[in-house]
Design a protein around this ligand. Structure first.
Ligand code: T4K
Length: 382
């Protein structure tokens, strides 16, 4: 098979019509109001609150600052239990708040923090749980809430991948104390850079609003050591248009995911990571797991082979956060503590997924994968 002529990346952002964006930009220019809770910002905030079915929401300049603000908002200190199978932002916001991350192993099915293992790791220093809804697959929210209630802990969810995910029709941002959504360009809904926090308690929204605006209460009172985490008007305008495109993008991604499912069926050693049936899929990623013994190829070999055909899959999330140089000395980073996470990190591969990806291209990508295990590469160096 011939390589694709153009590179196929793991994702591609939805892009609005430029004329439509120009209309929004003219509005902003006319108002001469570029940031600090302007009209576009307020409109996007209201629309997202309804869209995500949450009572309280606050917009941010990116997801990482939002998550760091959430940790500050809940006044977490000491130790927070989290997953090592995530993007660096998750444990890093703990470090930025002088909180020690404690890595807990993950569940083999959902790939999210293992609630049973977590309870064993609680110490007098534990103040919270930072769960990650990996690929939009929800954590075991009910069990985690029970544990948190029993031990007096706060829960933050990193819902960076979970825009639009729902559990039994309930928006995912309703679980825990605070959830963070990322609106980065690589996300299914985006504002180029951006993010949001959703809150159960209105008081946390008030605190977050202060914290993302330097702690300024009014012209004469600065009441908290805040930072600058505000979303600007151009980001918000892009978000307002992209929100009108999201249903169509989801429909296309649903078809693409179904095509992967159909075409990957029967390839021994390859299986799709899918959310359970009561969960509404965010269609952020199509992740597969590769069993090296059954496929006769490792995940890394598959990744490299795809590159030769101009297909750029991603190993989200390898390496584990617990293996970073600044994390590996933590007692919880010991490999013996994280056997499932280590196994999963060596097996997962995120496949290209974006609305404009043609179904024929998906079929060819799957066909390539099917062909890899038949023909071993003589120059293979793995
Ligand atoms: N928590 C979790 C669990 C996360 O996954 C993330 C972010 C965060 C927290 C933090 O949220 P933010 O602060 O970012 O809002 C990308 C994204 O930059 C990152 O937002 C995302 N997770 C992560 C999973 O993926 P990289 O380093 O893989 O990005 P990059 O530049 O290699 O882009 C991936 C592919 O996307 C490229 O190969 C091509 C395509 N692409 C990318 C960009 C930026 C485009 O087609 N257009 C673009 O503009 O991290």
């Amino acid at each position: 098979m011939k390589p694709f002529e153009q590179p196929i990346y793991v994702t591609q952002p939805i892009l609005p019509d430029l004329d439509e964006l120009a209309v929004k930009l003219k509005e902003i220019w006319g108002a001469k109001w570029l940031t600090n809770h302007g009209r576009q910002h307020n409109e996007l905030k209201d629309k997202l609150r309804v869209f995500l079915k949450v009572p309280h929401l606050s917009l941010f300049t990116n997801g990482t600052i939002a998550l760091a603000t959430a940790v500050r908002c809940l006044e977490l200190n000491g130790e927070v239990i989290t997953s090592p199978f995530t993007f660096p932002a998750t444990p890093h916001v703990l470090f930025w708040n002088n909180v020690t991350p404690v890595f807990c192993d993950i569940d083999e099915q959902s790939l999210t923090i293992n609630a049973d293992a977590l309870e064993q790791m609680i110490t007098p220093k534990t103040t919270g749980i930072l769960g990650v809804h990996v690929y939009g697959n929800p954590c075991n929210v009910l069990k985690l809430q029970k544990i948190a209630n029993k031990h007096g802990l706060k829960i933050i969810y990193d819902a960076a991948h979970a825009f639009g995910s729902e559990i039994d029709g309930v928006g995912i941002g309703n679980f825990g104390d605070i959830s963070m959504f990322s609106f980065h360009a690589t996300k299914v809904f985006h504002t180029a850079e951006g993010g949001a926090l959703t809150f159960k308690e209105p008081a946390f929204e008030t605190t977050a609003k202060l914290l993302k605006n330097f702690g300024i209460k009014n012209e004469e009172e600065v009441v908290l050591p805040g930072i600058n985490g505000k979303m600007n008007e151009i980001q918000a305008a892009l978000g307002l248009i992209n929100l009108t495109l999201i249903e169509e993008e989801w429909r296309k991604r649903e078809k693409i995911s179904a095509t992967y499912k159909r075409c990957l069926a029967g390839i021994e050693g390859v299986r799709l990571c899918e959310p359970p049936s009561n969960v509404r899929n965010s269609y952020q990623y199509v992740a597969i797991r590769i069993n090296k013994d059954e496929l006769n190829l490792s995940r890394d070999e598959v990744y490299e082979r795809f590159k030769k055909y101009n297909v750029f899959t991603r190993k989200y999330f390898y390496p584990l956060c617990s293996d970073y140089a600044h994390c590996c000395q933590l007692p919880s980073s010991a490999p013996s503590n994280l056997p499932i996470a280590r196994k999963v990190a060596s097996e997962v591969l995120c496949m290209p997924l974006y609305g404009d990806l043609e179904l024929g291209a998906v079929e060819k990508i799957c066909e390539l994968l099917r062909s890899f295990n038949k023909v071993r590469c003589p120059e293979s160096v793995f």
